[in-house]
Design a protein around this ligand. Structure first.
Ligand SMILES: Cc1cc2nc3c(=O)[nH]c(=O)nc-3n(C[C@H](O)[C@H](O)[C@H](O)COP(=O)(O)O)c2cc1C
Ligand code: SF4
Length: 364
């Protein structure tokens, strides 16, 4: 079966295989960020499809921190009931599936993966110490709600040029106080958020961090900064570190990285060894570009613990079962065309390239 089918322990939880559903914005929540039926169906299909660890799309920890109007929210106790239905649905659809909610605040405008996102009113360079600490606390309170709702873990969006990632990137962070300048200062928000989550949700509740390997910008943070940051997070108790990259213009960046990676597919793989040295035994996932079983097995053979997938699971939620149990083990049909991403602000998440319904309405 190869390593893809092997179980793994992540911060005390048993994950049944090495497939990680990397957080993917759904654009399916109600106007108050609440769970709705479409969203339940999406996660039902992912759970039945055999993915070992499922992370929801970016879920806002404050109303003002949303990047999209139909983004899921966890800023209010009233949202716990819907989230609890979601956790129960995933666990009942597949008792082996483990799940986490990804916590998110969009931060200042100009970064992120958010094509067509809402205008952001926040300016990280003008934020007061009190505002920053309140935001860190909001992540802690949100994590406590995630635990109360019955999820197995919480995931932190520390990548892609949103709030937390912006603090670490000199491209965004020009602060002259204790929150800017040295990498220790720029990492303060990451570590404060980790502490707040542990204080509010409990030290035994696993925290999964998605971080960049590189901002891929001259004025941004680079691989040395990020391997150091991952080491700090591992020491602070992160249960898993997921490697990603970039802070803006992601479509252009990813298309270039994909071409450069060629048959290896996994374009952040060259960073693996440096991160492994920095984080020791903490589980590492790599996300980005993988479409074939061979490339996924190669990533695990190189020392990663999990393979993160986003677009292949939009197109085929049952891809893990198909690749693990066959008989059809062909590569994912996802062509990385990014139509799903470019329409995410306007349409609920779907594979615009292959969903038969999309073909029908296009011709109307
Ligand atoms: C439609 C869409 C929505 C995404 N939403 C999120 C998100 O909410 N949080 C996040 O961390 N990454 C998000 N991403 C990035 C993916 O998690 C992933 O890192 C990236 O697509 C590369 O992996 P892939 O080649 O398997 O798609 C999104 C990507 C797409 C295409
Ligand atoms: S729309 Fe394109 S990138 Fe998105 S899942 Fe479908 S094939 Fe993949």
């Amino acid at each position: 079966m190869g390593q893809l089918g092997q179980p793994l322990k992540v911060g005390g939880i048993e994950v049944s295989n090495r497939f990680l559903r990397s957080a993917t914005m759904e654009n399916m929540a109600g106007a108050n960020g609440q769970v709705r039926r479409d969203l339940l169906r999406l996660y039902h299909d992912l759970a039945v499809g055999g993915c070992g660890l499922i992370i929801t799309g970016a879920t806002a920890v404050t109303l003002e921190g949303r990047a999209w109007a139909q983004q899921l929210g966890v800023w209010d106790d009233a949202q716990v009931e819907g989230l609890s239905r979601l956790a129960r649905l995933i666990h009942s659809a597949n008792p082996a599936a483990r799940c986490a909610v990804q916590l998110h605040h969009a931060g200042s405008a100009g970064g992120g993966y958010s094509y067509g996102s809402l205008a952001q009113g926040f300016d990280l360079n003008q934020a007061t110490e009190e505002q920053i600490k309140d935001l860190a606390h909001a992540f802690g309170l949100a994590a406590a709600r995630v635990r109360e709702a019955g999820f197995d873990a919480v995931a932190m969006h520390g990548a892609h040029g949103y709030l937390v990632s912006q603090f670490f990137s000199p491209f965004f962070n020009q602060r002259q106080d204790d929150w800017g300048g040295s990498r220790e200062n720029r990492a303060r928000l990451f570590l404060l958020v980790q502490q707040e989550i542990q204080a509010e949700a409990g030290k035994d509740f696993p925290v999964l961090w998605k971080v960049n390997t590189d901002d891929f910008l001259e004025q941004g943070a680079g691989p040395d900064d990020y391997t150091w940051l991952a080491g700090e997070l591992a020491q602070a108790g992160a249960a898993l570190i997921e490697l990603s990259g970039g802070v803006k213009e992601q479509v252009k960046l990813r298309n270039r990285l994909r071409r450069e990676a060629g048959d290896k597919e996994a374009y952040f793989l060259p960073h693996l060894q440096a991160f492994r040295q920095a984080v020791g035994d903490t589980p590492l996932a790599i996300t980005g570009g993988m479409r074939s079983r061979q490339a996924m097995e190669a990533v695990l053979a190189a020392g990663a613990d999990m393979v993160g997938l986003s677009r292949p699971l939009i197109s085929e939620p049952d891809l893990p079962n198909r690749l693990l149990h066959g008989p059809d083990r062909r590569r994912s049909r996802c062509t990385s065309c990014n139509k799903c991403l470019l329409s995410i602000a306007a349409e609920p998440l779907c594979c615009l390239e292959f969903d038969p319904f999309e073909k029908v309405i296009k011709d109307l």
